[in-house]
Design a protein around this ligand. Structure first.
Ligand code: DP6
Length: 342
C-alpha cells in the first residue's frame, strides 16, 4: 500500500480567484492553465498497519526542500503545522473513499529551491492525490482524481490532466474539474519564471480570495469571464501568440484589480514585481515578443515562444533584482513514479 507520484505546478492564463463554495472549493469562475515542466513535487504515501500515527515529512526540518503546499504564513512553524493539517485532511478524504482506516506516512519534496517564494499548492495536492489514491488501492479516473485534488487546493485540479487545461465551472463537486484541452506538444510556448523576492506572501491565497466578493469589480469580471475563456481557448487552438499574450497580461492585471479593490485590500505586487512587469512591456516595444502574468507577486511568469527563450534569458540575466530563473515548457500532468522517497 505504497505509491509515489510526481505532479507539476501550473500557470493560469485565466485565473481562479474567489469561491462560490468554500468547503468544496468550487470557484467563482472557470479558469485555463498550462502544466509546467520544471516545477515539480514528488510525494510518496504509504498506508500500513505498522503505523500507529499519521506522519507527514514536509521537509524543512531536514534542511533542503520546502513542500509545495505548506501555506505561507508569518512563520515556518505555523505554516508547517497548517500544512500538515491540510495534508491529513486530504488523506482523510482518500481513506473515506477507499473505506480504510489505516494510518499513513507521507513524504514529499520539490525540485525547486527553498526560500525563493515559489510555492505551489497545485503540484503538492495533485501529487498527494495521485499517490494517496494509488496507495489506498483506488483506481480513479482522471476526472475523479481532479475532483479529489480540487478539494485539497483548487488549482491542484488543473495539475492532474496534461498540457493545456480548463477547469470547468460547475455548480456541484461532480461538475467542477480539470480537462486537458490540448496535449503539451500542441504549442511550443514557455513560461520563464523570474523570481524577484524571497518574501513570503503576507496573506495566503485561501485567505486572500475570501474577500473577492467585496470588490465592486467582481460582478463585471464574472459577466465577461465565459467569453474570455472561450476566446483564450480559440487563441490557444489557433496558436495566435500576440493576441493570446495580450489577453494573458490583461487578465493578470484584472486579477490584481480585484485584489486591490477588495476589503481589506490585498497588495501582493512588490516593487520588483512591477519592475519586471514594466521591463517586459519595454522589451516587447523593442521587438521581443513576451508577456507577463503574475499570481501573488514574488515571481513574474514571462510567457514567450520557445524560439525566443534565449533572447529573453540574455536580458533577464542583466537584471540584478532577478534572483532565480526557471524555464518551463508545457508538461504532462500528474503521473505515477516507480522510485519511492522512503
Ligand atoms: C492566484 O489554488 O492556492 O494562483 O483553493 O484556496 O488552495 P486554494 O487556492 P489556490 O489559488 C490559486 C490562485 C491563483 C490563481 C490561479 O492559479 O488560478
Amino acid at each position: 500500500m505504497k505509491a509515489t507520484a510526481i505532479a507539476p505546478a501550473n500557470i493560469a492564463f485565466i485565473k481562479y480567484w474567489g469561491k462560490k463554495d468554500e468547503v468544496l472549493r468550487l470557484p467563482e469562475n472557470g479558469s485555463v492553465s498550462m502544466c509546467l515542466s520544471n516545477l515539480l513535487t514528488t510525494t510518496t504515501v504509504e498506508f500500513s498497519l505498522e503505523y500507529k500515527e499519521n506522519s507527514v515529512d514536509i521537509g524543512g526540518d531536514k534542511g533542503n526542500e520546502r513542500p509545495a503546499y505548506v501555506p505561507i504564513t508569518s512563520g515556518l512553524r505555523r505554516g508547517k503545522k497548517e500544512g500538515t493539517t491540510r495534508i491529513i485532511a486530504h488523506i482523510d478524504r482518500i481513506r473515506k473513499i477507499a473505506g480504510i482506516s489505516l494510518k499513513a506516512k507521507v513524504v514529499t519534496k520539490n525540485n525547486f529551491p527553498t526560500g525563493t517564494g515559489l510555492s505551489s499548492s497545485a503540484s503538492g495536492f495533485a501529487a498527494l492525490t495521485l499517490a494517496g489514491a494509488k496507495a489506498a488501492g483506488l483506481n480513479l479516473t482522471e476526472k475523479n482524481l481532479s475532483i479529489l485534488a480540487r478539494q485539497g487546493s483548487g488549482s491542484a485540479c488543473r495539475s492532474i490532466p496534461d498540457g493545456f487545461v480548463e477547469w470547468l465551472d460547475g455548480n456541484t463537486s461532480e461538475t467542477s474539474y480539470g480537462i486537458s484541452l490540448f496535449p503539451p506538444e500542441h504549442w511550443e510556448i514557455c513560461d520563464v519564471v523570474a523570481v524577484v523576492s524571497r518574501e513570503k506572501k503576507e496573506t495566503p491565497t485561501t485567505e486572500g480570495m475570501k474577500g473577492a466578493r467585496s470588490s465592486l469589480f467582481l460582478p463585471t469580471r464574472l459577466r465577461n469571464i465565459k467569453d474570455k475563456i472561450n476566446r483564450i481557448k480559440d487563441l490557444i487552438k489557433d496558436k495566435r501568440f500576440k493576441d493570446f499574450g495580450e489577453m494573458v497580461e490583461a487578465e493578470a492585471l484584472e486579477l490584481h484589480a480585484i485584489m486591490l479593490t477588495s476589503q481589506p485590500s490585498l497588495i501582493y505586487l512588490m516593487p520588483n514585481s512591477i519592475l519586471l512587469m514594466k521591463l517586459v512591456k519595454k522589451w516587447r516595444s523593442e521587438g521581443l515578443e513576451c508577456y507577463f502574468t503574475v499570481n501573488t507577486g514574488q515571481d513574474i511568469h514571462i510567457i514567450v515562444e520557445k524560439k525566443n527563450v534565449s533572447e529573453l534569458l540574455e536580458r533577464l540575466k542583466t537584471i540584478e533584482e532577478v534572483r532565480n530563473i526557471i524555464i518551463n515548457e508545457s508538461a504532462r500532468g500528474a503521473r505515477i513514479a516507480e522510485e519511492h522517497l522512503f
